[in-house]
Each structure stands twice: as structure tokens, then as C-alpha cells.
Write a protein that binds this ligand. Structure first.
Ligand SMILES: Cc1cc2nc3c(=O)[nH]c(=O)nc-3n(C[C@H](O)[C@H](O)[C@H](O)COP(=O)(O)OP(=O)(O)OC[C@H]3O[C@@H](n4cnc5c(N)ncnc54)[C@H](O)[C@@H]3O)c2cc1C
Length: 423
């Protein structure tokens, strides 16, 4: 036995057998589960918290970044748009009037972007899972993938109030955001680094008055920050290190420091006129760990068509920039029945940022779920997905596979900043 280790032998009950296991119920997981279920698969979604939506809800990141190119043309379609509409169906929206009821019929600088109520979106996702017959297990952490033959994950061991249990599946979708399943199975992964960021939702008598004057509840929220570094590292506090977010000690230090910093700011407020309504219940890490995929999307891939594109996406920060997402960013072909999506898709540098935000995470979730359902239906490993069939199925389900060349600016330029107020 390796020094410093103990050996544990145990029998774990085989609690269920599924076509597809979706590990993680963030927006990518929710999209993957629904797409797989709509494709006819029996789906189990396990989520370690008791709410769906991940960073977008539990993590309080309630800005659905744009689905358009910044010129009035919608780029990201399919379930990303379905989820955008769902996010504001029962709660407020901040959609510009040009996009209130679909694409505008003339060019506009306004972007197809909205804030949404994070708790209400989470509840709406639960309603969707029930409607689509996805079996959900809350408060259930996937602790260990089971690999009996190299390149195949037979199933996963979960940890919950029921103890340790085993669930098997034909295809596994790792949408934990941290590539937990991939990493623990031995699939090659790449570690990311994170600046120091933490935000809570607050309200004050002043913000309430502003909301009442405007008759608009979306104006009631104020933000209290611990760290408030942007994804570019602006406002990273001096002397603060970068965090990986893939060990309990790293996560704990990050959270404690951020929580205490936020509390220092709260202490300066008048406690009779100010309240913090919600704190984040998961760490707000942007890039923790992702698959070392068969292809890694790069910033220089903008305006490039891919034969295995699973959808066109746009840049949230810059007008005109367009990308396609190759299926190969979701898989590592040494692993037969495993696919990823969302924050763990393979992108590098700024391209990872473009790929991981809410709409592309949903798009890759839809692609992974659809591919998983096709693989079960046709009895082929997900890695051997017939790309043409996948693209045809995604197109039928509303996804734009290739961007329109007419939207590419002269000399492949573009990239004018288009501030949408993200944090
Ligand atoms: C500070 C910050 C600001 C951001 N700003 C924006 C923005 O303005 N707009 C935007 O569009 N995007 C923004 N993003 C990015 C965006 O929120 C995320 O990239 C996106 O929501 C990722 O979705 P996901 O489903 O891939 O992953 P996640 O949201 O991380 O979901 C993963 C889910 O898996 C669960 N899970 C994890 N491990 C396990 C396990 N072992 N077993 C079971 N369940 C598990 C988690 O609880 C979680 O629910 C921001 C992110 C951060 C951190």
C-alpha cells in the first residue's frame, strides 16, 4: 500500500441503472438532462446542493450574457434561448425592448441580454426536470467514478443521506463544472486559476425606494462584494494569490477570506436600512478544471468553421466576434462513453471564458445530452457519435450549427467592446 494511504474495502448497493447519468445540475447539466430525455434516454441527474442552476442560481450569477452579435442578429439559438426565456418567465427581466419578443427586424446596438431572478430560475428548472421526466437526486455528490476497463466509466458512486450507492449508466456526462468525474476517472484534465471574487445580494431602504419609484422590482438588488476581481483580473486585491478551486483547503481559504471581507463592508452599513438577502452557496470560481479534449478552442478560432460544430456562439464582451464549438472540445477519444459540457469544455485563454458563460454552457449541455441520447439509441459509444446525425438533430431542435459568413466583418476584424455590465 502507498505510504500515507489507508485501504478501504466496501460493498456498495447498486441503486439504479440508467441510459445517461448527468453529474451536476448547473445550467449545462440541466440542458444536458433535458436534451437526453427528449432524445428518449432514461436520465438520472445528481446534484450536490438542493437546487438546480449552479453558478447561475446558487452562485448568484444572474446575468444571461448576450445571444447576439451586437448588431441585432441572434447567433446562439436552441436551448440557450429556451432557458433565457425560462429564466424570466415567472420573474423580472431586463431585456432591451428591441429583444423583448424575439429578434428585431432592423440592426441595433442593444444586445440580447437579461438579468433574471436567480431563485425563480432555479425553481423553474426544477419544474422543467419534472415535466421532462428526468430523475433528479438532490443532496447527492458523485464521489467516485467506477472504471473496470480502461476508457469506460461503468457508473458512479454517490454520497448522500442514503449513504454510499452505485449508479450505472451507458453514458456519463460530467457537468460538475470542475470536471470531478473526469479527473477522478483518470481522463486528462487541465487546471485553471481564479481571481478573487465574491458577491452577495443586498437591499436597502434606498434601493427599495428606487424600485418602487420605477415600479420595477429588478432595481431592488444591490451587490455587496468580498473580492470583486473581473475575469480579466481587474480589481484583484493587492497581494492576493490565484485560486484553483479543486481542493477543500483552497475552496475554504477562498470562501473564508471573501466572506470576512464582505462582512467588513456590511459592518459599515446602517443595519436598520440595509440587509443582505442572499449569500452565494457555492464558490464563485470561473475556471477550475476542464477536459483536455480532442480539440481546444482558441481565441484565434474566431470566424473559423468546424466540420464537427455543435453550435455557433458569440462573444459576450465584443461585438461581431463569432465562434463555432467543435464536438471535439467535449470529449477525449481515449474515453469511450464520457462527454462533458459547460465550464469543463476545452477552451484556452480567453476562448475558455467565451465558451463557459451561461448561453454557451447551455449550448454545449444540449449537444452533450443529444449526443448521449443518440449513442444510447444507436448503441455506439458517445465518442463515435455520427456528427452529421448529431448536427441534423440539433438543427431540428433549434440550434444554429454554423454562423452566417455574411456576419463576419471585412478583414475578419470586429471586436469593438460592448459593455453589458457583467461582473
Ligand atoms: C464571478 C463569476 C461571474 C460570472 N459572470 C457571468 C455573467 O455575468 N454571465 C454569464 O453568462 N456567465 C457568467 N459567469 C459564468 C457562468 O456563471 C458559469 O460559467 C456557468 O453558469 C457554468 O455553468 P455549468 O453548468 O457549466 O457549471 P456550474 O454552474 O458550476 O454547475 C455545476 C453543478 O454541478 C454541481 N456539482 C459539482 N460537483 C458535483 C459532484 N461531485 N456531484 C454532484 N454535483 C456536483 C454543482 O453543485 C453545480 O450545481 C460567471 C462566473 C463567475 C464565477
Amino acid at each position: 500500500m502507498k505510504e500515507g494511504y489507508i485501504e478501504v474495502k466496501e460493498s456498495v448497493p447498486h441503486a439504479g441503472s440508467y441510459d445517461v447519468i448527468v453529474a451536476g445540475g448547473g445550467v449545462a447539466g440541466a440542458a444536458a438532462a433535458v436534451a437526453a430525455a427528449r432524445g428518449g434516454a432514461r436520465v438520472l441527474l445528481t446534484e450536490k446542493t438542493v437546487n438546480l442552476g449552479g453558478l447561475a442560481t446558487t452562485g448568484l450569477i444572474n446575468l444571461f450574457v448576450p445571444l447576439c452579435n451586437g448588431r441585432g442578429k441572434q447567433i446562439i439559438t436552441g436551448m440557450a434561448e429556451e432557458f433565457l426565456r425560462l429564466s424570466v418567465k415567472y420573474g423580472f427581466d431586463t431585456l432591451p425592448k428591441e429583444w423583448k419578443s424575439g429578434p428585431p427586424n432592423k440592426p441595433t446596438d442593444e444586445r440580447y441580454v437579461t438579468r433574471f431572478s436567480a431563485p425563480i430560475f432555479s425553481l423553474a428548472l426544477s419544474e422543467l426536470m419534472v415535466k421532462e421526466d428526468v430523475d433528479v437526486l438532490f443532496d447527492t455528490v458523485i464521489s467516485q467514478p467506477v472504471v473496470t476497463k480502461k476508457g469506460i466509466i461503468d457508473g458512479v458512486i454517490t454520497e448522500s443521506k442514503s449513504g454510499r450507492e452505485y449508479y450505472s449508466a451507458k453514458t456519463i456526462i460530467d457537468v460538475t463544472g470542475d470536471a470531478d468525474v473526469l479527473f477522478r476517472a483518470g481522463v486528462p484534465t487541465v487546471q485553471g486559476k481564479n481571481y478573487f471574487t465574491y458577491c452577495c445580494y443586498a437591499q436597502s431602504l434606498d434601493s427599495m425606494r428606487r424600485a418602487i419609484d420605477a415600479d420595477d422590482v429588478s432595481k431592488v438588488t444591490e451587490w455587496v462584494y468580498g473580492g470583486n476581481a473581473t475575469l480579466y483580473g481587474d480589481h484583484q486585491r493587492e497581494g492576493e494569490r490565484l485560486y484553483e478551486g479543486t481542493s477543500n483547503t483552497d475552496v475554504t481559504e477562498y470562501m473564508l477570506k471573501n466572506q470576512l471581507l464582505a462582512l467588513e463592508k456590511i459592518k459599515t452599513k446602517d443595519r436598520k436600512r440595509f440587509d443582505v438577502v442572499t449569500i452565494p452557496y457555492m464558490p464563485q470560481f470561473r475556471t477550475t478544471r476542464r477536459i483536455d479534449g480532442d480539440y481546444t478552442l482558441k481565441e484565434s478560432d474566431k470566424y473559423r468553421h468546424f466540420f464537427d460544430s455543435v453550435g455557433a456562439i458569440c462573444d459576450f464582451d465584443r461585438r461581431d466576434f463569432l465562434y463555432e464549438v467543435p464536438f471535439r472540445t467535449l470529449v477525449n477519444s481515449n474515453w469511450q462513453n464520457v462527454i462533458t459540457a459547460g465550464r469543463s469544455a476545452a477552451g484556452e485563454g480567453y476562448a475558455w471564458d467565451v465558451l463557459r458563460v451561461i448561453p454557451p454552457a447551455i449550448l454545449t449541455g444540449q449537444a452533450a445530452g443529444t449526443a448521449a441520447a443518440l449513442s444510447v439509441k444507436n448503441n455506439v459509444p458517445v465518442i463515435k457519435t455520427d456528427i452529421k446525425l448529431l448536427q441534423k438533430t440539433l438543427e431540428k431542435d433549434g440550434v444554429t450549427i454554423h454562423f452566417d459568413d455574411a456576419l463576419v466583418p471585412a478583414n475578419n476584424e470586429g471586436g469593438e467592446k460592448a459593455d453589458i455590465g457583467h461582473f
